[in-house]
Design a protein around this ligand. Structure first.
Ligand SMILES: Nc1ncnc2c1ncn2[C@@H]1O[C@H](COP(=O)(O)OP(=O)(O)OP(=O)(O)O)[C@@H](O)[C@H]1O
Ligand SMILES: [Mg+2]
Length: 346
């Protein structure tokens, strides 16, 4: 596990609290992100994990004011410490189209979108697209931007960068396109990179290379990473802190060691059991969590995981709070939203 090798200075970079992002639909309101709280320190990697539809991408998009319409941030704070010494600003209160938000996007917080193939424009060369990103954020001329693009293409490990710079996305392999996405995200040295399933579309060898590259660049640039994935193996390798989400809420949060060695929520325990283990007999099938994620417009009353939970009890008919397991405050490092770990009066 990566935690012991990582160095982050623990000064806060981003503190999300009580974030609620909704989508009004004809059939009712979808609470895509519901009372989500966690923080990211400078230089740290926070893994966000959970099954499809649990709100991982919408949390990331909320942090950049990029929630697609008609979705909107309904409540909560996203405190961003732009400079370590200054008061934080609340991104949740910044207008999505403002100049300030444009400056933050890319310059300070960059994102690698979940669908990279749709984020690259097929009619422009990759060099033009990287140069465009450079010029959007730095006052440099075209020639300098092109040189920076070649430098970034080389930096992300693509051979013959001086030739590749003039190629179109379709001329590159999937792994190379993903590297181009990383180059675009990192060309302005952001303080936070949101990487939404950065390797899902890649085969395992390329996946390992791309993740290794992200780690290398992180060490070099000192940026923090919010790594969104449904793959706990990737989290174990890269993350310092882990946020486990279910049906729009944080159900457990803690250090990578807390989550892997002392998982408390039955959902986290279920996710961990479904990781393949080297040496397990090939005949044995991988256990998965029985049942399916509830539809966001038909959530059960109380704890959303209760219908699938092996530990279900009467108390689960009410929604438990996220509580720290030591001091019982939400700010405790290891926190869980489960009646098994909540005082009855709480
Ligand atoms: N444009 C939209 N309109 C209505 N509901 C939406 C919209 N976009 C997302 N949602 C809902 O918000 C919830 C959270 O979606 P989100 O994309 O964050 O999930 P995710 O955890 O990233 O899943 P995946 O692992 O599949 O990427 C889901 O229930 C989804 O149906
Ligand atoms: Mg997603």
């Amino acid at each position: 596990m990566a935690s012991s090798e990582k160095t982050s200075d623990q000064t806060p970079l981003l503190e999300i609290s009580g974030l609620k992002t909704i989508f009004p639909t004809d059939d009712g309101i979808v609470n895509a992100v519901n009372d989500v709280s966690f923080s990211i320190a400078r230089g740290q990697t926070v893994g966000v994990v959970g099954e499809s539809g649990c709100g991982k991408s919408i949390t990331g998009l909320s942090m950049l004011q990029l929630v697609p319409s008609p979705g909107r941030i309904e409540a909560g704070e996203i405190l961003f410490y732009r400079n370590a010494d200054d008061e934080p600003m609340d991104i949740a209160r910044v207008s999505p189209k403002s100049e300030l938000m444009r400056q933050i996007r890319g310059n300070e917080i960059a994102i690698i979108f979940q669908e990279p193939m749709t984020s690259l424009n097929p009619v422009y060369t990759v060099g033009n697209q990287i140069a465009e990103a450079v010029m959007l954020h730095d006052q440099v001329d075209k020639k300098t931007a092109r040189e920076r693009a070649i430098e970034m293409i080389a930096r992300v490990g693509i051979p013959a960068p001086a030739q590749r710079v003039d190629e179109y996305p379709h001329q590159l392999s999937g792994g190379m396109r993903q590297r181009i996405m990383i180059a675009m995200a990192l060309c302005c040295s952001p303080t936070l990179l949101i990487a939404d399933e950065p390797t899902t579309a890649l085969d395992v060898t390329i996946q390992a290379q791309v993740l290794g590259l992200m780690q290398e660049l992180q060490a070099e640039m000192g940026m923090a990473i919010m790594l969104i994935t449904h793959d706990l193996g990737v989290i174990a390798d890269l993350a310092d802190e882990v946020v486990v989400m279910y049906s729009g809420r944080v159900v457990e949060r803690g250090s990578v060691d807390d989550i892997f060695y002392n998982p408390l929520h039955p959902y986290t325990q279920g996710l961990l059991k479904s990781i393949p283990v080297l040496g397990r007999t090939p005949q044995s099938t991988l256990p998965s969590i029985p049942g399916t994620v509830p539809h966001p417009l038909a959530l059960p009353v109380g704890c959303s995981f209760a219908p699938r939970c092996p530990e279900r009890m009467i108390a689960c008919d009410a929604m438990p709070e996220l509580v720290g397991i030591n001091g019982k405050t939400e700010n405790d490092e290891h926190a869980v939203r489960c009646w098994l770990h909540t005082d009855s009066e709480g």
